[in-house]
Every structure is written in structure tokens, then in C-alpha cells.
Design a binder for this molecule. Sequence first.
Ligand SMILES: NC(=O)c1ccc[n+]([C@@H]2O[C@H](COP(=O)([O-])OP(=O)(O)OC[C@H]3O[C@@H](n4cnc5c(N)ncnc54)[C@H](OP(=O)(O)O)[C@@H]3O)[C@@H](O)[C@H]2O)c1
Length: 343
Amino acid sequence: MKEPQNRVVQAKRFGGPDALQVVDAPLPTAGHGEVRVRVLASGLEYTDVLIRRHLYPQTMRHRPPFVMGYDVIGEIDQLGAGVSGFDLGDRVADMTVIGSNAAYRTLRADRLTRVPPDLDPAEAATLILSWTTAYQLLHRAARVRRGQRVLVQGAAGAVGQALLSLGRLAGLELWGTARGPHAALIRELGATPIDYQREDFTPVLADGFDVVFDGIAQDGYRRSFAALKSGGLLCAYGYSAGVQAQRRMATMLMWIARLYLWGWLPGGKRARFYSINLMRAQRPAWFREDLERLFGLLATDTIRPRVAERISFDKVVEAHRRLEAGGLDGKLVLCPDLRPSGG
Ligand SMILES: NC(=O)c1ccc[n+]([C@@H]2O[C@H](COP(=O)([O-])OP(=O)(O)OC[C@H]3O[C@@H](n4cnc5c(N)ncnc54)[C@H](OP(=O)(O)O)[C@@H]3O)[C@@H](O)[C@H]2O)c1
């Protein structure tokens, strides 16, 4: 049989989308405790923009060239020594931060989550980073309660849509900031839209929100904190606005540090930063448990993640330009099996 070919999306330097190239690569071999997967789907995320621009704390030490790709749904095609409990053909998922925008890759067996075989791989891929982040923000970090009034910044984004969908399931009363043309989408997801380009969200509720989720950091989270009620909680988890404004990493880290100082201000408001990697490092069982729960919700059609487009290798650079330009209403997912003409 012909040996399968590997291709990868490589960051050849730090910088804009042009820093990426798609290249042939050696086929990896599963080492001890590892499996090799044929990649079925791998997300293209806004977080990849941070990694590519050298603005992501967890990957600051990596030096190009390295392979991009935060998460993966794959089918096991090789078992390394010492691996038990998995078979060839099993579908598995992992969050790898880098390395998964590839046709083949190896993964540590002890980090895998099983994927029900009949799930659509691209839809399943959206659940790994974006929806697990949303689930953990709601149920692990903020521990929301039915009836709470919650504001989601960047509500039309990958994490934002997941926060609204899962927030509705949790019985929350929801508001979401998004650009005007996305108002219908926000309503469809069960929230009241606020046009972030025209409206101020701070006076929307006279006594303030119970919880605000903010992955944008417009004005360094200041207005999100101001929009809380007394005793309310700001869960910050990203700083897209700082990236767009080409702020330095030190500035963004200062915004995050300041969140903890705000907790000392009078008024009893609280603020914290959530990181999926930090939570996975501290509580690895939660990551698998939460992702399995989301796969279950997808299998029963309880949640419907939106895939804006399935991307072939030759469209990855353009996909990164689209991620930076904004305006997407769903997630871009690399599907290595797609022929160029299908993209
Ligand atoms: N801490 C963690 O563990 C974690 C996990 C996942 C993601 N993140 C981070 O969270 C952020 C969001 O991730 P994502 O994947 O959801 O990104 P995304 O898909 O790009 O979504 C961001 C959304 O924010 C909107 N937006 C831009 N500027 C805004 C503003 N001033 N006010 C309100 N909305 C605005 C964008 O809308 P337009 O289309 O109108 O521009 C877009 O819909 C990223 O910075 C990402 O790196 C962190």
C-alpha cells in the first residue's frame, strides 16, 4: 500500500497571515504511549492569530518554524507501544495548542477524549477549544445560576455563540454585544443584541449584570467591570481588541493583573481571568468530562455549533486573513481531506 502523505500549516516566522505556509512534512511515527491520527478536522481560531503574532503567553517560548493548530479530531491509524484501550479507527479529540493543522500527527494516548463515531468532525472540532471554554466559563469559573442576568461581549464570535447557547440551556437571561448585522443571529441564540459600534452597554441594566464574560478587552475591561452590579463577577478570557490595536504583550498582561486589583475596590465586584490551559493543567479530569458532555449534547442535537466554512489546506492563509478582518458568523475549520476545488 502507498505510504500516506503528510502536509502541515507552518508558521515560518512570527507576523501576519503571510507568515504561514503549507508544506509537505515527514509522516510521524507513534512513540511509546502515543497514537498517530489521520486528522479529520482542526479548528482555525482567533487564538491562532495571537500565536502567529507572538502574543500568546503559553507559546511565547516556541520559535518558528512550528506547526499551527490548536485542536484536533482524528482517526487513529497507528498505535504506539504501551497503548491500551484504543483501537485502529477509533475517533479521538485533543487540544494541543499547536501542531494540529496537519494531515497526520501523533498524540499522547493519556490526553485523548473519545469522539462518538457518528458526529460530524468539523462540528465536533468546534467544541474542543471554543465550546469547552464557554462551558467552563459558565459552570466552572462563574458557576452561574438559573435566572442570572449575563452580558456576553463578542457574542457572535466562536466562544460568544457557545456562551449564549449554553447560557440559554442554563436558564440565564442574556445580552450579547455584536456588530449590527449580527443582531438576528444573537436573537436566534436567545439573547438581546447590543450593537457594539453604536450602543453603550453600561446603562442597559440600571442595577448592573450578575456576570459579564469578556474576551475582547475593549478599553482594558474597564466598561465590562463598570457594567456589573454590586457583588457581580467579570470573567475575562481574551484580549482581541488589544491584538487588533497592536498593543504589546506587556500591556495586555497589565490589563489582566489589574483585574485582580479591582477586586479590592469598594462595591464588592469581583474580576478574574480564565485560561482553558491553566484549568486543564489544574483539573485535567474536568477538561475530558466537559468535552465529553458537549459531544453528548451534539449527538442529541441539543446544541448546534455553526461552522462558517470547511477549509482546505490551500485556503488556510486566506482563512487567517478572514479571522483578523472579523465579521464571521461561525467557525472556520480545516478539513485536510477536502480537495482544493472543494474549498
Ligand atoms: N482564555 C481562554 O482560555 C480562551 C479560550 C478561547 C478563546 N480565547 C480568546 O477569546 C477571544 C475570543 O475568541 P473567539 O474564538 O470567540 O474569537 P472570534 O471568533 O474572533 O470572536 C470574537 C468576536 O468579538 C467581536 N468583537 C470584536 N470587537 C468587539 C468589540 N469591541 N465589542 C464586542 N465584540 C467585538 C467580533 O465581532 P466582529 O466580527 O464584529 O469583529 C467577533 O464576533 C480571543 O481573543 C481568543 O484568543 C481565550
